[in-house]
Design a protein around this ligand. Structure first.
Ligand code: C2E
Ligand code: MG
Ligand code: MG
Ligand code: MG
Length: 276
């Protein structure tokens, strides 16, 4: 294909880029209206204790059903929210809603569930972030220990020291911190010791490999033992099969999350499923 002309190929890329750019402008325009028109919602996925199958809590995941664009995946619209700064108000909305759902659930059931909330680097680095979440927790009357903030390794690329300071401040507040998608970033195990975190979420790509090859299994086993040495809780995400559940439980993974247990869904529907 490369042979029949650099020209065609160039045109292909430039058209492709044009589509991408137009698309993101459209996405942005639609997104600005989405919150007003109630096109955004939050789905929740349960997390379970591997040994006992006790419900550990939930992860909040943003959803966008656009009247014009249809169902848009987070991987497509979160970057646009980030580029436009809209992630700050929208992220705050998710944080408040998710805390409210967890509070309601706790009051209703007496369970000590933890709500996990994804935080974009833009949101995390915002100077008002800690102040905002502190006031939301007060407003909702939810103890900070029942909230877990999920960040990814990408946040650590620059300003490592100031990020660590902020993480310490958050933990002093009593909020839990999870490192999400672990293993997909720059994955240096040495920096992990310097991070004030509570939880390590092993990325789905490693979980997928469990039943296929020998090598990734070794990786999971060593991640778990290393994390436990550091007193971290280990969560496996994207668990889809019974075999994965058995393998991860046998290898001391603490917490499991994935379609095997439940897909992310509206809180009401999840409660029904949980028999609440
Ligand atoms: P994440 O935080 O790593 O979330 C886990 C993703 O895996 C979710 O995708 C979830 O639906 C999916 N998942 C869970 N279990 C399974 C499984 O068994 N099989 C498969 N195939 N997938 C599974 P989703 O909801 O599309 O979200 C994608 C990413 O978008 C999230 O990855 C997170 O990084 C980001 N995101 C979602 N909601 C928010 C939000 O409110 N704020 C921010 N900043 N980012 C968000
Ligand atoms: Mg997450
Ligand atoms: Mg993840
Ligand atoms: Mg992810």
């Amino acid at each position: 294909r490369a042979k029949n002309g650099g020209k065609n190929q160039y045109r292909f890329y430039s058209n492709h880029m044009k589509i991408e750019i137009n698309e993101s402008i459209l996405v942005e325009a639609e997104l600005r209206e989405a919150l007003n028109h109630q096109e955004l919602s939050i789905h929740y996925q349960p997390l379970y204790d591997a040994g006992t199958s006790t419900l550990r809590g939930f992860e909040a995941l943003m959803r966008w059903n656009s009247t014009k664009l249809g169902h848009v995946f987070p991987d497509k619209f979160i970057p646009v929210l980030e580029q436009t700064g809209l992630i700050i108000p929208y992220g705050e909305w998710v944080f408040r809603e998710a805390c409210l759902e967890n509070k309601r659930y706790q009051v209703k059931t007496g369970a000590r569930t933890i709500m996990s909330i994804n935080i974009s680097p833009i949101q995390f680095k915002d100077i008002h972030f800690i102040k905002n979440i502190t006031s939301i927790l007060q407003e909702v009357d939810l103890a900070p220990e029942f909230v877990e903030i999920e960040i990814t390794e990408s946040i650590l690329i620059d300003q490592f020291d100031s990020i660590v300071e902020k993480l310490k401040e958050l933990r002093a507040l009593g909020v839990r911190i999870a490192l999400d998608d672990f293993g997909t970033g720059f994955s240096s195990l040495s920096y992990l010791r310097k991070l004030p975190i509570d939880t390590l979420k092993i990325d789905k790509s490693f979980i997928d490999d469990i039943l296929i090859e020998h090598h990734p299994r070794m990786i999971i086993a060593s991640i778990v033992s290393m994390a436990h040495e550091m007193k971290l809780e280990v969560v496996a995400e994207g668990v889809e099969t019974k075999e994965q559940v058995q393998y991860l439980t046998k290898h001391n993974c603490d917490t499991l999350q994935g379609y095997y247990f439940a897909k992310p869904q509206l809180f009401e529907l999840l409660e029904e499923k949980l028999g609440v």
